[in-house]
Design a protein. Structure first.
Lengths: 114, 117
């Protein structure tokens, strides 16, 4: 079945450091890919998305490129801030069974220190 | 986009009791979902709430334990029945707005944090 694998956390960085959170997927067909973020005490928010190969999703300085050849959707940010501390979830859309649903990775906790 | 609210935001319950969680969306949506997020874990889909018909449950989840209603296009409830401490989790409602084409952009509620003693 379809699945998403994320790098294990926690990831601890100093402010202004470069961030990469790895995400790879297994899927039949051509799923859409997403990054969601969960700030402490809050629900999930969509951070960015990509719907086809070579698409680059971007938002709030974060970027991720849909790489079909490596089945990856790594999240990057050039300079993290303390306010980026959160849990990040990679997800794909699964259309098997005749309807859309999201398959989530395990989540990666990011802690940014001043 | 869609704004989703949930009630209650948190609750502490005794084992053996049941709790009903409400989910309200500010606009009509095509599909609504219920997820469970156990402590320190990722999200697991419990079921898809279908308007006017029985919910579609994922493997490992049954209607007797998690009855779901969806009387209209903007509202759904999830009941956690005969609770045990293992049911302590965050329960999240999500929805897809109509018009999503080749992907389903889901919007999430803030979650209901349930603790079972």
């Amino acid at each position: 079945g379809n699945s998403v694998t994320q790098m294990e956390g926690p990831v601890t960085l100093s402010e202004e450091a470069f961030l990469t959170i790895n995400c790879t997927y297994t899927a039949t067909g051509y799923p859409s890919l997403f990054w969601y973020v969960q700030y402490p005490g809050e629900g999930l928010q969509l951070l960015l998305k990509a719907t086809k190969a070579d698409d680059k999703g971007s938002n709030k300085g974060f970027e991720a490129t849909y790489r079909k050849e490596t089945t990856s959707f790594h999240l990057e940010k050039g300079s993290v801030q303390v306010s980026d501390s959160a849990v990040y979830f990679c997800a794909l859309s699964d259309r098997s069974g005749g309807y859309n649903k999201l398959i989530f990775g395990a989540g990666t906790r990011l802690a940014v220190h001043p | 986009s869609a704004v989703i609210s949930q009630k209650p935001s948190r609750d502490i319950c005794q084992r053996g009791t049941s709790l009903t969680i409400q989910c309200q969306v500010d606009s009509q949506v095509t599909m609504m979902f219920w997820y469970r997020q156990q402590p320190g874990q990722s999200l697991t889909l419990i079921a898809t709430a279908n308007q006017g018909s029985e919910a579609t449950y994922e493997s490992g989840f049954v209607i007797d334990k998690f009855p779901i209603s969806r009387p209209n296009l903007t509202f759904s409830t999830l009941t956690v029945s005969n609770m045990s401490p293992e049911d302590s989790s965050i329960y999240l409602c999500s929805a897809t707005t109509s018009g999503a084409s080749s992907y389903n952009e889901q919007f999430f509620g803030p979650g209901t944090r349930l603790t079972v003693l």
